[in-house]
Design a protein around this ligand. Structure first.
Ligand code: S3P
Length: 184
């Protein structure tokens, strides 16, 4: 079984993917990083040179490829009972091309959903590498986060489980995953 970590930019997906991977002794893949390595170009450059629709197409193909690669490493018995890998998605991944439905059909989706203030605090420090927010002023960023989250919430809410506290420990996160496994 594969765990897909979803949530807004700055929600902590990469942080938890690394922590869970170490704790559970399973591989993790950061989808953005996978796309950058595969295409040999940064996410910002993909947006700039090819446009967002091309990025979204690459992103949808990438989830399926990464999922296939992780599943290929395993046997059928393991597949049913164990967490085999963690995929850290981009913030928009679930919201395009029926990716959310596809992920829910193929594994557990865990929505990391800290407060807007926490997201803002983190993104203010990391704006430049994210094409959707790189050109926004600090003031505009707050409104952008609020608006985009409102748009994306109905999709994020389709997740198997939610993590709401920004200081959730890896132990607690694993408990949430175990509970989510019973819902699958
Ligand atoms: C995006 C989030 C980014 C990256 C791209 C688009 C989004 O990933 O995929 O810049 O649409 O929210 P992170 O959530 O890892 O920053």
């Amino acid at each position: 079984m594969i765990v897909f970590l979803i949530g807004f930019m700055g929600s902590g997906k990469s942080f938890y993917a690394k922590g869970l991977s170490e704790y559970l002794h399973v591989p993790f893949v950061d989808l953005d990083q996978f796309i950058e390595e595969n295409q040999d170009i940064s996410i910002s450059e993909i947006f700039e040179k090819l446009g967002e629709p091309s990025f979204r197409a690459l992103e949808s193909a990438a989830i399926k490829q990464v999922y296939g690669d992780l599943m290929a490493r395993t046997t059928e018995t393991q597949e049913k009972n164990h967490i085999l890998g963690i995929i850290s998605c981009g913030g928009g991944t679930p919201c395009f091309n029926d990716n959310m439905e596809w992920m829910n059909a193929h594994g557990l989706t865990i929505w990391i959903n800290p407060s807007e203030d926490i997201i803002l605090e983190r993104l203010l420090k990391e704006k430049k590498t994210r094409p959707l927010i790189a050109s926004l002023s600090d003031d505009a960023l707050k409104g952008f986060i609020h608006q985009k989250l409102l748009e994306r919430k109905p999709t994020y809410e389709k997740s198997t489980s939610v993590i709401t506290h920004h200081n959730t420990t890896i132990d607690e996160f694993v408990n949430t995953i175990q509970h989510a496994k019973n819902l699958f």
